[in-house]
Design a protein around this ligand. Structure first.
Ligand SMILES: Cc1ncc(COP(=O)(O)O)c(C=O)c1O
Length: 387
């Protein structure tokens, strides 16, 4: 039987709605947005069907969803958080803003990594907090250098933003790296916002460790967030949580959100028990197995086709290769779009360290991926000439 992950074709993807496949012309293969090409699992489809049949569109409590989340957070993340200290959010991004509003005042400083998922930078800008770059270096395997972080801390540092697994570096933090962050945060009493959206997209048998599970002291300073978007192929439903063991901090976050954020939709609430209850975990296992095969395929082909450095993808389905042709990512993007007919993400949007890189989504079928790679390979002579 064909794997559901192997089924997508260019034609089948063009036949459904969605910004990824329809932003650009139809002859372009889109591997820019972090949106899977895979179907949603049957259990989720069934729960959604039932919610529609029931006309579950009334005002509804979010308690069953939060109870399911509490169990998941205890089982998977080893954090024991009271159910009334879990907030249902529209995805993960509102949590970044709430964390900044809680922890910082205009003129304060927040730590962001460079590179990093760029909405963290936007949040710094809109909250008038100065972003301080914690550099992650390609030639160091994107290790999280704790001494480098320590050197950035000043009396104005109020928030450390952590993305683990990391978009776009593809790293899964080691326990030692997390412990290093925890020690600095606790010693200096700095809040930490942890975006764990990719926590279950892991390669090579890696295990996810949540920062807040390390000890009660760091848990007290940490806001942990997760959402359904990336694992379950439902980014259009916009659902996630913000959780924290510190009641005072949680109440402050609630007060800031009052009247602005109103949880999420009932369809997301309806699938929360399925997602968090573990019954569909087989799907995540199969997904990770397939994704790892695609990662290996992309790593091999990119490395062999030209002067391209491919960081090892430990987690997420976003690869961040560097094209060593002396071009900026804006210039690379132009050639890739015009001549290869492939749209990727420009590395520089993820911070200065990302320039010369392109981010490639790997959550597609091998068939689509091979076609995209053939197209990328075809422009290597052009890139050589531009060197
Ligand atoms: C690290 C990270 N955080 C947050 C988001 C946003 O997710 P959502 O739309 O569920 O808020 C993304 C989306 O790709 C992401 O990669």
């Amino acid at each position: 039987m064909t794997s559901p992950f192997d089924k997508p074709t260019i034609e089948s993807r063009l036949s459904v709605r969605g910004v990824k496949w329809h932003r650009d012309a139809s002859d372009i293969i889109p591997l820019w947005l972090a949106d899977q090409d895979y179907p949603i699992c049957p259990e989720l489809k069934q729960a959604l069907r039932e919610a529609v049949e029931e006309e579950y569109t009334v005002y509804a409590s979010d308690l069953p969803a939060r109870e399911a989340m509490k169990e998941k957070i205890k089982r998977y993340n080893s954090i024991d958080v009271p159910v009334d200290q879990i907030m249902l959010t529209q995805g993960v991004i509102p949590g970044m803003w709430l964390a900044a509003k809680h922890a910082c005042r205009p003129g304060d400083e927040m730590i962001v990594t460079d590179p990093m998922y760029f909405p963290f930078f936007t949040i710094a800008d809109v909250t008038q907090v100065r972003k301080v770059y914690w550099k992650l270096k390609l030639d160091e395997g994107y290790k999280f250098d704790i001494d480098r972080l320590n050197d950035l801390i000043t009396p104005k540092t109020k928030l450390i933003n952590v993305c683990n697994p990391h978009n776009p570096a593809g790293r899964v933090m080691t326990k030692e790296e997390l412990k290093g962050i925890a020690d600095i945060a606790v010693d200096n009493q700095i809040y930490v916002m942890v975006d764990e959206l990719w926590e279950d997209i892991l390669n090579d048998g890696r295990k996810h460790v949540s920062l807040a599970s390390l000890n009660p002291e760091i848990a007290d300073l940490t806001l942990t967030s997760w959402g359904f978007s990336k694992t379950w192929s439902v980014p259009g439903l916009q659902a996630g949580y913000l959780a924290c063991t510190n009641k005072t901090m949680f109440e402050s976050i609630q007060a800031i959100s009052q009247g602005i954020l109103r949880g999420t939709n009932n369809f997301s609430k309806a699938i929360a028990p399925v997602i968090c209850g573990g019954k569909a975990d087989y799907w995540v296992r199969d997904l990770n197995k397939y994704l790892q095969e695609v990662r290996d395929l992309v790593t091999k082909r990119l490395t062999e086709m030209g002067d391209i450095t491919v960081p090892h993808l430990e987690g997420t389905y976003l690869m961040f290769p560097k094209f060593n042709y002396g071009l900026t990512s804006v210039e690379l993007n132009k050639v890739l779009m015009k001549e290869a007919k492939v749209s990727l993400n420009q590395g520089a949007v993820f911070g200065p360290e990302g320039d010369g890189h392109m981010r490639i989504l790997t959550a597609t079928s091998k068939n689509i991926m091979n076609e995209a790679l053939d197209r990328i390979e075809s422009i290597i002579p052009t890139l050589e000439k531009m060197k």
